[in-house]
Design a protein around this ligand. Structure first.
Ligand SMILES: [Zn+2]
Length: 368
């Protein structure tokens, strides 16, 4: 080969390397393909008339309302009393805002109210809580939330952590059951909250942002097992109370344990809120078999939020990304990446998808 030809080849090869390097598989078509695949996923998702049973919405906005309408989406907006966050410290203002949001949503948002567990040591706690919950039921609330501050934060007058099966809660559970409403129970946290630190855990970033709930090396807190045992005791003692254990019932890494709970407690279901990532990293065949076997017991939820301070367009992007991702995971056999992990879609049967994305919510949260 002559020197000119060699030089020519070198230039051509260099050109190819440069083109591949600078424009890797041409970024514009890749971005376009991603946008198309998201749009396609959202369209199929909307076709289910989906219900997301676990969101936290603090304001509305025309763009937000229009997204709900585009996606045929119904939301259960969950209230929480949290004295570690200023905007969640007061109950009545939250209820008032949440009812106004329901009103403005044209049927797209329902309310899951809560009670104020920080009043636990007040002698009127039970009676006052019931009065307030019943008022919220009259105003249309479909469920009641109990939160992880029971078991992990609030103490009784003797300085002991209060547990979900404390007899002071019992009249509240009875009242919820009598009204045919549902208890949404977020008790305990993912395993990683008790440590050790694990950057590979899907919830790890949450504890970096919310160290008040990270219990590693903090002696004196109840174990996760103690908290879940108290939760199970409530299920056993209240067979007529429907309980949705949100966040996979805090058994995010143990499908066999969730299955055992389903077998043991007919009044128990779970939602997927903020724990879909754990299903994505578990063996796909196992998750698929679990979701098919227990297709009547798993409700779709995300834990997405729209805070009063949120940048609406940016937040709505995140909502769309999440719904598209979850649809791809449950409904298609696509391979995709989520948070740097490779995920393979489960392609669940359409009848199972219909239950997870919609019908189970209607069954477990009547009044929706
Ligand atoms: Zn939540």
């Amino acid at each position: 080969m002559g020197i000119v030809n060699r030089l020519f080849l070198l230039i051509v090869s260099f050109g190819i390397v440069l083109a591949l390097g600078i424009f890797p598989r041409s970024s514009v078509p890749v971005a376009q393909a991603q946008a198309d695949s998201t749009a396609q996923a959202l369209k199929a998702f909307a076709g289910m008339r989906p219900i997301d049973v676990h969101v936290h919405v603090f304001k509305t906005d025309p763009a937000f309302q229009s997204l709900l309408e585009q996606l045929n989406l119904k939301l259960v907006n969950i209230l929480v009393m949290d004295d570690t966050l200023s905007y969640r410290k007061q109950l009545q203002p939250q209820i008032k805002d949440a009812l106004a949001l329901v009103q403005s949503s044209r049927g797209h948002i329902a309310l899951c109210t809560t009670f104020d567990p920080y009043k636990f040591n007040n002698p009127e706690f039970g009676a006052e809580s019931i009065k307030q919950i019943n008022r919220d039921f009259e105003d249309g609330a479909v469920a009641v939330k109990i939160w992880k501050n029971v078991g992990m934060e609030i103490k009784d007058s003797q300085g002991r952590f209060i547990m979900a099966d404390d007899k002071k809660f019992e009249p509240i559970y009875k009242d919820i059951a009598q009204h045919g409403k549902t208890l949404m129970a977020h008790l305990a946290e993912p395993d990683v909250a008790w440590g050790p630190p694990d950057a590979s855990d899907p919830s790890w970033s949450y504890y970096q942002e919310n160290p008040q709930w990270f219990l590693y090396n903090k002696p004196g807190f109840p174990s996760k097992q103690q908290i879940l045992k108290a939760r199970d005791h409530v299920l056993a003692e209240n067979p007529h109370l429907r309980m949705v254990g949100v966040h996979l019932g805090s058994m995010e890494k143990d499908l066999d344990n969730i299955a055992a709970h389903f077998d043991r407690y007919p009044n128990f279901a779970v939602d997927t809120a903020a724990r879909m990532e754990y299903l994505m990293i578990a063996p796909p065949e196992k998750v698929r078999a679990f979701l098919i076997k227990y297709q009547d017991r798993v409700l779709y939820g995300t834990d997405l939020d729209l805070l009063a301070t949120a940048d609406v367009p940016e937040t709505l992007q995140e909502w769309q990304r999440t719904y598209a991702r979850d649809w791809k995971f449950l409904a298609t056999d696509e391979d995709f990446e989520s948070e740097g992990r490779k995920v393979h879609g489960l392609k669940l049967p359409p009848a199972v998808l219909q239950k997870i994305f919609r019908e189970n919510a209607l069954h477990w949260i009547p009044g929706l």
